[in-house]
Design a protein around this ligand. Sequence first.
Ligand code: AMP
Ligand code: MG
Length: 421
Amino acid sequence: MSKPDITPPPLRNDCFALPAGVSWTPVDEALALLRDRLTVVTATETVPLDQAAGRILARDIVAQRSNPPQPNTAVDGYGFAGAAPEGAQVMPLHPGRAAAGFPFDGVVPDGHALRVLTGAALPAGVDTVILEEDVTVQADHIAFHGPLKQGANTRRAGEDVVEGDPVLPAGRRLTPADLALLSATGIAKVQVRKVLRVAVLSTGDELVEPGDSAGPGQIFDANRPMLLSLMDRMGYQPVDMGRVADDRDALRDRLNSAAAQADVILTSGGASAGDEDHVSALLRQAGAMQEWRIALKPGRPLALGLWNDTPVFGLPGNPVAALVCTLIFARPALGLMAGEGWQEPQGFDLPAAFEKRKKPGRREYLRARVRDGRAEVFSSEGSGRISGLSWAEGLVEIEDGARHIKPGDSVRFIPYGSFGL
Ligand code: AMP
Ligand code: MG
């Protein structure tokens, strides 16, 4: 049988060449657009501190009480008034003691010392404390060597925080340390943002559920477990919308149901402009679709749009691209919508343990980890290598321009932890 006379397309000399006539948006420009356009979408609620960890403050918090609330002793020892001069000091010991939670009621006479324990409020007549290890106690007297400065071994009232001072700003995601600060400054309840609900939906005829039997041509849905747990780790409420085949009606129904249950929808797959790319097609039909061609590797076009007024992040299906796009684009965008504000991932510069040549045009993110103070990258940049995502402990970010990185050259490493994971 003779074959039809079809001319194959001309070969490309570079498989990463950008499509002719299509302009690719630099990463920073894409981020600036998101930052400009998105705003907080969550309502507020008031919760007690024991439910506040990981929640986002809806208002600035002001101290209700100073920390410490009164001057107190920082050590176990003996308290008295004023500085002690150079040389041997002997003082009569006043009866009684001051302990944490049990203040001393009386007044310590000038020139006398009182037994004090760490955390005890300084009684009247005491502003200076000598450490018990530096003291001999004998016959109702203490002896020690001066000099000692006035105020030694004590903490001033409000030396940490003064009542009325701002303690934490709106947008703060509360850490365990923040709970200590709030408690210490007299705050028992906080107004926080409701937790952002993020629907996660996988699309593709080829996908089957892990645990089900997979026939030829089928693959297990790897994105959904990853994205659901990413949302959970980032402090959002994941809403599992399951998988949907490459079927426009089914996808439409599922998007309707996701929009009804969540504040944001993350889909993976079907976001390009191909025949079976129904996420982008539906968003385009709905008239609220932007195809984001971002100059980034790994990355395919992102389909951003609104479905029934709910923002949709149409992520690429490829799990490597899906993860990178989530960390780089979706994460700061979700932060804005959740009320946390725009979060830049903090990276640091380290010597590279690898060599790489890079052409100008796209920003690149390599799966990386740190060993012996150097950034290693995964052996393959293949975008299908899910094992590399799991091997990695962060990303190396290489700027948009050309670079030839040699071992020992400085590269920017962003640990997964900097993305809230
Ligand atoms: P798409 O963006 O739909 O063109 O998919 C790009 C590639 O990612 C294809 O090889 C898909 O089979 C694969 N893919 C899409 N969704 C998933 C998923 N949930 N888990 C694993 N691979 C996926
Ligand atoms: Mg697909």
